[in-house]
Structure formats: C-alpha cells, structure tokens
Write a protein that binds this ligand. Structure first.
Ligand SMILES: *Cc1c(COP(=O)(O)O)cnc(C)c1O
Length: 401
C-alpha cells in the first residue's frame, strides 16, 4: 500500500464520511504548491476555497503566527488583548466601515449577520416581534449551521436536519422583479453572495446588486453581502460588490482574512447596525483572540502590500483569455471574475469529476462544483509562468476525448 492509501484507509475507517475529497493526502505546502505523503507535487487550484489567497505558508504569516502564539494566544473576551483593537481599526479603515465584530468560522459570521439584521429590524426599523423576514437566493451557500441550512436550496444540505429556522424567503438569484414583489415592511435584510461560488461561480445579471441596493434602501431594509469567498481580492477587487459600486450595510468576511492560517471571520457595519449588540448579547470564546487577530492583521497587510488584489484582476484576465482559446469539445463556457474562474462543461462531457481526477494525475488539484463545473481558484500569488504551465496541462486534459 502506498502511504496515500494508508492515510485514506485510516480516514475512511475512523472519520465521518461527510466529504468526498480527491484522493490526495497533503503533507506540506508552499505558495501555490502542495506535496503529498508520497512526495508528489501539485499546483493548488482551490486554495482551500479561497482561504489561502495569500499562498500556502506565507513566510510573513508563519512568522507572525509563531511569534504571537509564544506571547499570548487566547484571553477570551472576558479580558482585553493588545491585538484586537488594532485589528478592528485596520480592517475598518481598509474596508471603509465604522465597526467590526470578530468571530471564527464563516458560518458563525453569517449567523452573526442574521442576528444583527433581525435585531436591527426589531429595535431600529420597528418590525413586530418575531415577524422579521430575510430574503435570500436559490443556489446560495452561506455555511452549514442549522439556521443557515434552513435557507439553503440544496436538498443534500437540508435533508434530515429539520425542523428548520423560519423567517427566510428564497428567491431566484438575479431576479430583481421577484425581490420587488417580495419586499414588505417585515423584510429586515436581503442576504446575497455578490457572485455565487459554491453554485459554480455564477455572477448575477449586471445591475442586480445595484438594484438590490436601491430596493433595500427604498424599503428600509439592510443589504448584507456574504464576501467570505468572493472578498479579499479573489475577483480582482477587495470586495466583489465593488464591481457594481454598491456599499452594503453589512459585509461578512472570513476565509482569506487569516490567509488560511487559522479560522478568523467577522462582520463589518456602521454604528446604526452594530449598535444593536449590547454586552452579553452575542459572542464567542475564540472570536477576536490575539492569535487570530495578529495573523489576520498581517494577512491583510500582505494582501495589500504585495498587490494581490491587482494581481488577481490582471492575471485573471490573462488566465480567462488563455482558457477561452482552448477548443475543447467538452466545454460549454468559461466564466468568472479575477482569479475565480468556472469551466462549465456540457452534458456530454460526463461530469467534472473525471477531469479533476485526470488533472490530479498530471499535478493540478481542482475541485468540481455541482457536477459540471471545474473551479479554478489558485492562490493570488500565482505567476504568469505558473498559469501558462497549468493552461497547457488543462488544454491536454480538456481536449482528450
Ligand atoms: C465558505 C463559505 C461560508 C462558510 O464558511 P465556513 O468557514 O466554512 O463556515 C459562508 N459563505 C460563503 C460564501 C462561503 O464560501
């Protein structure tokens, strides 16, 4: 048995079977590259769902992480620590919001946004008790907690997990008329991914976000953007909502906020919204801890100082052009923004999984989404030469029968 097979056997025997990963067992990583336990080298085209935008084991992040964990890792919010204040200030100044509330995982930050929006609905907007509604969209992915899967439109995410949290209304993604019709005085918020990542890197029709901004303003509701995957440079802007020049009332961030070193998430908002939380009403033992705060501060500095947002825009365009030049009988279309690209296969292609497995054999790790889309989301540190290497390989695999 190869080492790879041994590790897979262990995981299969003792781990819960709640994932269907590619059969690669990673033991080391550096930048865009990862190595498996048998010494094979791969380029990482998933970047942990965009959590490692800054590249694996970025030396600046490794250094800060090591230094901070030797000083102090966790205080809980019962005490203060010397990293949280600077972290709040730096994120707020970068993103242009008044306040930040730190959590750990993305799902927790989404939950935080849901609680903030509801409480704002009751205490500021004046919605009657327990009547608040949040509008969400089909194809959404916002995480896996029971409340969040309550408004998923994917049966796999929901089946067997009810009873569900009420108060959510699912509308077709991109359909402004449906939102217009659904708007009513009980709507406290519209929660949206500016581009749906897990759905297959699906951008809504142009003007959708701007339209949501207008409708929410007109009906005194909050616009909440989940930028956990689309944010922090992935689409060639710091936030994907910038492509439509809107400013949401709540921004949810996570994943690349820590460069993949440690779970750090947050919501950003101004005083009117963030002011709804009083001491004791929300929190987390690890949220805002000094280790996470220190590494997130450095992860944001790395993102800005190394020009990763601009790189994503420029290299994303180049990548897309090169991919579109491949003439493959299997490809229906190629879509995306920045270094976030979906290769959509046609019906006859027989699913994306077999292509991901072929790419893996040749040294490129891609993960399919929704059966027919090959997702391309490398670390934003990828170079033009590395893109050329990958495109040549992809062309070979996509042009084979
Ligand atoms: C990954 C993701 C989440 C959930 O984040 P976790 O850290 O996995 O809980 C929520 N929303 C979006 C858009 C995501 O991509």
């Amino acid at each position: 048995m190869s080492k790879t097979q041994e590790y897979i056997a262990l995981e299969d025997s003792y781990g819960a079977h709640n994932y269907h990963p590619l059969d690669v067992v990673v033991s080391r990583a550096d930048g865009v590259w990862v190595w498996d336990v048998d010494g094979n080298k791969y380029m990482d085209f998933l970047a942990a769902y965009s959590a490692v935008n800054q590249g694996h084991c970025h030396p600046r992040l490794v250094k800060v992480m090591a230094e901070q964990m030797c000083r102090v890792a966790l205080t809980s919010r019962a005490f203060r620590n010397d990293q949280l204040g600077p972290f709040c200030k730096e994120v707020c100044e970068l993103a242009g919001y008044a306040r930040m509330l730190p959590m750990n995982t993305g799902a927790e930050a989404v939950e935080t946004a849901v609680k903030a929006a509801r409480k704002w609905g009751y205490t500021v907007k004046g919605i009657a008790d327990n009547q608040a509604e949040i509008i969400v969209f089909a194809g959404n992915f916002h995480g896996r907690t029971t409340t969040i899967v309550s408004f998923s439109s994917d049966e796999d995410y929901r089946f067997g997990f009810g009873p569900f949290t009420p108060g959510f209304r699912i509308l077709p993604y991109g359909d402004l008329d449906a939102v217009k019709l659904a708007m009513n005085p009980n709507v406290c918020a519209v929660l949206v991914e500016p581009i749906q990542g897990e759905a297959g890197i699906v951008a809504p029709p142009e003007g959708f976000l701007a339209g949501l901004r207008e409708l929410t303003t007109e009906h005194n509701s909050l616009l909440v953007c989940d930028e956990i995957q689309s944010g922090l440079g992935r689409t060639g802007r710091l936030f994907a909502f910038e492509h439509e020049n809107v400013r949401p009332d709540i921004v949810i961030i996570g994943k690349a906020l820590s460069g993949g070193m440690y779970p750090v998430s947050a919501i950003l908002a101004d005083d009117e919204v963030m002011g709804v939380f009083k001491p004791g009403e929300h929190g987390s033992t690890f949220g805002g801890n000094p280790l996470g705060a220190a590494v997130a501060r450095e992860a944001l500095r790395v993102l800005v100082e190394e020009g990763m947002v601009e790189r994503s825009a420029e290299l994303g365009d180049y990548f897309m052009k090169r991919l579109r030049a491949i003439s493959s009988p299997h490809v229906e279309l190629i879509r995306g923004k920045g270094l976030w690209i979906g290769i959509v296969l046609n019906e006859a292609a027989g699913g994306a999984r077999r292509f991901c497995e072929a790419l893996q054999r040749d040294g490129l790790l891609c993960k399919e989404t929704h059966e027919t889309v090959i997702r391309v989301a490398p670390p934003l540190t990828i170079t033009r030469d590395e893109i050329d290497w990958a495109v040549d390989l992809m062309a070979r695999v996509l042009m084979a029968p």
